[in-house]
Structures are given as structure tokens and as C-alpha cells.
Design a protein around this ligand. Structure first.
Ligand code: HEC
Ligand code: HEC
Ligand code: HEC
Ligand code: HEC
Ligand code: HEC
Ligand code: HEC
Length: 305
């Protein structure tokens, strides 16, 4: 999460792809990197608009923030690792650009800019004002550990006792809401009417809809499976012990720790998440997310909302 925003000079995608091109309708795009600078160019064959990329949002899939005539825009074209190239930014598929400016990107309204940087950076919004000059890129310690700078000093000296105890004491439900500030809470998803595959990226919502979820049981909290200080572990078998904390392994009698009512699997003994937490593709885009609504997946069954 520390890399949720990057400057062009530090972005490995630009280093690996110094020249990326794309064409949609009458417009041709070029994203070109020379040294520390990356330029985003769109042309209709007659006129050309060329702007420096100010920030990249996202580590895998990337959308770029451009500045044009004093306003911020998000790029109409994004990079997707799944196709190792450019395509229209997710959510913008229905935009039919009529001018070069519209083909370049979408102007961010003030509230929107605050929201983007509020989730992807630290100290970007102070007293409800956008403070891009003083923000730190990415989700840093301070964002989750309020007053973390003082604690960090202690931590550097090997003194961890002063870590704000608040986070450790939160219930499973409260952790979901804490992470949900950015990953979206159950309520936010309902209020936003995010229906269908689009909501698979909102883990607190999906997890709460799973039969495994119990807001008072720490074995199903985000922190049971993830360490927010590290990259996500992409190895199915490493999650088995988490499931077996509640589900009895089929060969053994239920352990004392197994939760009442959590049956064993009649099918397999390992790699639980490979079948019960399937990857779901987002519509239109080239991004897949892991469904946190842990369940028996039946072939041909529609996506459960
Ligand atoms: C301040 C906003 C914020 C909060 C709070 C937050 N996250 Fe994130 N998280 C992000 C952003 C932004 C990304 C995406 C980074 C990217 O891929 O560009 C992310 C990515 C992740 C990833 C994927 C990392 C990877 O290696 O691909 C995991 C796992 C994760 N967050 C878990 C958590 C958990 C667990 C919590 C609660 C303890 C939490 N997050 C709280 C903003 C936040
Ligand atoms: C409520 C917090 C929040 C807001 C507001 C937000 N993001 Fe994100 N964004 C996230 C999180 C969390 C992720 C990590 C992926 C995930 O789990 O959905 C993410 C992922 C991304 C990615 C990586 C590709 C992808 O879609 O997963 C891009 C690009 C991105 N955001 C751009 C933006 C832009 C541009 C804005 C403003 C228009 C914005 N985000 C607003 C929280 C937020
Ligand atoms: C996305 C939110 C998030 C970010 C960013 C974050 N932390 Fe944490 N941190 C947590 C949570 C949640 C806990 C409680 C974890 C637990 O109890 O397992 C925690 C616990 C800790 C602990 C106590 C560990 C323990 O075992 O009790 C230390 C020390 C710590 N964080 C330091 C840092 C430092 C230093 C950074 C920046 C490099 C940082 N954190 C960034 C969420 C975050
Ligand atoms: C029972 C275990 C478990 C719990 C609980 C859990 N996750 Fe995950 N999470 C996973 C697995 C498995 C993956 C996929 C890892 C992989 O790709 O191999 C994942 C992936 C992610 C990712 C990366 C994006 C993606 O979809 O692949 C994010 C972000 C994330 N989880 C956030 C959360 C948040 C926030 C919570 C709490 C609401 C949470 N997770 C609770 C198991 C869990
Ligand atoms: C906190 C304890 C707990 C954890 C951790 C947990 N589960 Fe469950 N799970 C349950 C309980 C209890 C039920 C039964 C709920 C019911 O039938 O009402 C259940 C139900 C299920 C079901 C049947 C769901 C359905 O739709 O019928 C599957 C499949 C499942 N769990 C798989 C998993 C996998 C895979 C993991 C690890 C990624 C996991 N569970 C982690 C407690 C847990
Ligand atoms: C190869 C895919 C696969 C793997 C791997 C797998 N399961 Fe299953 N699981 C299934 C299928 C299919 C069913 C539904 C069986 C049925 O209804 O006849 C099921 C059913 C279940 C149920 C519901 C049982 C009931 O009585 O309602 C639970 C709980 C469960 N699995 C947990 C797990 C756990 C925990 C693991 C890892 C130790 C795991 N599964 C590994 C495919 C798998």
C-alpha cells in the first residue's frame, strides 16, 4: 500500500515500457518515458495534446493524473498488466470523446480529487483542504497509526510498547470498517448501489456476506489473513491454516479450536481458497479480484451479490 501513488521517475512500469501506444476511434495515444519524465500524448491526426504525467495511481493497474490549464484530470487510457498494455480506463468505457481534451482525460471535480488522494496518499487532505504540496505518496504509517511519527521514533529504538493499542483491540467488525475506510465498508457498498461483479473488489462487504463471517471472531478478521505491512501473499496453500482454525480437517476429529457449526470439506484437504475464494474479473476492464464471499462455487451459478 506504500506504493499506491508513484512519481513517474520511480514507476517500474514506465522503465519497462518506455513507449506505449493505443488507438481508439479517431484518437491515437502515446505514453513515452525519457529519463524521469513521462509524457502522455493524444492526437487526432491534426491537433496534438501532450502533457507530463504528474502521478501514477495503482501498482498493478495504473491510471495517471494529468494537469491541464490548472486543473487535474485522470487519464482516459490506463495500463493493465493482464494485457501488458493500454486500454480505456475502467468506468470510462461509455465516454465518447468529441474533443482532444475529452480524449485526453476526465476532469476531476474538487471533491473527487480529495477522495482519490485521501485514500491513495497520506496527509493529502488537511482540514478538508487538498494539500498536494505536503502530502506523502502512498499509504504510510501515519495514515493508519495516528500520531505515528512519535511512535516510529520509539519503534526505531526497539520500543514497540507505545504502538497505539487501539488498532490491536478492535473487533473483527471494527477492523473491517477500519480497512473499509479505503477498501469500502459494507454500508458504503449498499449505499453506493454497487451491484454485480463490480463489488468483488470491496472485501469488507464480500466477507461480511460470507457464512464464515462472525464480527466477534478474530479468526475471520482481515488481520487473520493479511499483514497490512506486507504485500499480499499469493500462494493458496498458505491460507489453509486460517480456514482450518475453524473448519475441522476432514480426516481428523474436530479440534477443540474448531468452531461449532463449521463443517469439514467433503472434497479436498488443501488449497481451500483455490475453490472457495475464486478470482472474479471486473466487467469491461482487465482486472481480477479475489472473492472474499467464501462459499461453495457451483458451475454456471450467477455471481451472488
Ligand atoms: C488509507 C487507505 C487504506 C487503508 C486504511 C487500508 N488500505 Fe489496503 N490498500 C489501499 C490502497 C490504495 C491499495 C492499493 C495499492 C495498489 O495496488 O495500488 C491497498 C492494497 C491492499 C492490499 C493488496 C496489497 C498487494 O500486495 O497487492 C491488501 C492485502 C490490503 N490493502 C489490506 C488492507 C488491510 C487488511 C487493511 C486494514 C488493516 C487496509 N488494507 C487498510 C489503501 C488502504
Ligand atoms: C475510498 C478510497 C478510494 C478512493 C476515493 C479512490 N481509490 Fe483507488 N483504490 C483504492 C483501493 C483500496 C485500491 C486497491 C484495489 C482494491 O482493492 O480495490 C485502489 C486501486 C486503484 C487503482 C489500481 C487499479 C484498480 O482499479 O484496482 C487505480 C488506478 C486507482 N485506485 C485510481 C484511483 C483514482 C484515479 C481515484 C480518484 C478518481 C481513486 N482511485 C479513488 C481506494 C480508493
Ligand atoms: C493499512 C494500515 C497500516 C499501515 C499503513 C501501517 N500499519 Fe502498523 N499496524 C496496523 C494494524 C491494523 C496493526 C495491528 C496489527 C495486529 O494486531 O496484528 C498494526 C500494528 C503495528 C505494530 C505493532 C505490531 C505488533 O505485533 O503488535 C507496529 C510496530 C506497527 N504497526 C508499525 C508500523 C509502521 C512502522 C508502519 C509504516 C512503515 C505501519 N505500521 C504502517 C495497520 C497499519
Ligand atoms: C480467510 C482469509 C482472508 C480474510 C479473512 C481476508 N482475506 Fe483478503 N485475501 C485472501 C486471499 C486468499 C487473497 C488472494 C491471495 C492470492 O491472490 O493468492 C486475498 C486478497 C486480498 C486483496 C488483494 C486483491 C485481491 O482481491 O486479490 C486485498 C486488497 C484484500 N485481500 C483485502 C482484505 C480485507 C480488507 C479483508 C477484511 C475485510 C480481507 N482481505 C480478509 C484471504 C483473506
Ligand atoms: C471464524 C471461523 C471460520 C473461518 C476462519 C472460516 N470459516 Fe468457513 N464457515 C464457518 C462456519 C461457522 C460455517 C457454516 C455457516 C453456516 O452453515 O451457517 C462456514 C461455512 C463455510 C462454507 C460453506 C458455505 C456455503 O455457502 O454453504 C465453505 C465452503 C467454507 N466455510 C470455507 C471456508 C474456507 C475456504 C475458509 C478459509 C479461506 C474458511 N471457510 C474460513 C466458519 C469459518
Ligand atoms: C478442488 C476444489 C476444492 C478444494 C481445494 C476445497 N474444497 Fe471445500 N468444497 C468443494 C466443493 C465442490 C464443495 C461442495 C461439495 C458438495 O456440496 O457436495 C465443498 C464444500 C465445502 C464445505 C461445505 C461442507 C458442508 O458440509 O456444507 C466446506 C466448509 C468446505 N468445502 C471447506 C473447505 C476447506 C476448509 C478446504 C481446505 C482445507 C476446502 N474446502 C478445499 C471444493 C473444494
Amino acid at each position: 500500500m506504500g506504493r499506491a501513488i508513484e512519481l513517474p521517475g520511480e514507476n517500474p512500469t514506465f522503465k519497462a515500457h518506455p513507449k506505449m501506444t493505443f488507438r481508439r476511434g479517431a484518437y491515437a495515444y502515446l505514453v513515452e518515458t525519457v529519463g524521469d519524465k513521462t509524457t502522455y500524448t493524444v492526437t487526432d491526426g491534426t491537433n496534438t495534446l501532450s502533457l507530463p504525467i504528474r502521478w501514477s495511481f495503482g501498482v498493478g493497474g495504473q491510471t495517471w493524473i494529468l494537469e491541464y490549464q490548472g486543473n487535474l484530470y485522470d487519464s482516459l487510457v490506463s495500463y493493465y498488466p493482464a494485457i501488458d498494455g493500454l486500454d480505456i480506463t475502467m468506468g470510462d468505457e461509455r465516454i465518447t470523446p468529441h474533443t482532444l481534451e475529452e480524449a485526453m482525460g476526465r476532469e476531476l471535480k474538487q471533491g473527487e480529487t480529495k477522495a482519490c488522494f485521501g485514500c491513495h496518499a497520506t496527509n493529502a487532505v488537511i482540514d478538508r483542504k487538498l494539500t498536494l504540496e505536503s502530502m506523502q505518496l502512498g499509504v504510510t504509517c501515519e495514515h493508519c497509526h495516528v500520531g505515528a511519527n512519535a511512535h516510529l521514533l520509539d519503534a526505531l529504538q526497539g520500543e514497540f510498547a507505545s504502538v497505539p493499542p487501539k488498532l490491536r483491540k478492535l473487533s473483527t467488525e471494527d477492523i473491517s470498517n477500519f480497512c473499509g475506510q479505503c477498501h469500502r465498508t459494507w454500508e458504503a457498498v449498499l449505499r453506493g448501489h454497487f451491484e454485480g461483479e463490480i463489488n468483488v473488489r470491496f472485501q469488507p462487504y464480500r466477507l461480511a456476506n460470507s457464512k464464515c463471517f462472525d464480527g466477534a471472531d478474530p479468526r475471520i478478521s482481515c488481520l487473520a489473513c493479511h499483514d497490512p505491512h506486507q504485500d499480499v501473499v499469493r500462494q493458496d496453500s498458505s491460507y489453509d491454516p486460517k480456514c482450518l482454525n475453524c473448519h475441522a480437517a476432514s480426516t481428523q476429529p474436530a479440534s477443540a479450536a474448531a468452531r461449532a457449526g463449521a463443517p469439514p470439506c467433503p472434497v479436498a484437504k488443501a488449497n481451500c481458497v483455490s475453490c472457495h475464494m475464486p478470482k472474479v474479473n471486473l466487467p469491461g476492464g482487465h482486472l481480477a479480484f479475489t472473492d472474499h464471499q467464501i462459499r461453495v462455487v457451483k458451475p454456471g451459478e450467477p455471481y451472488p451479490n
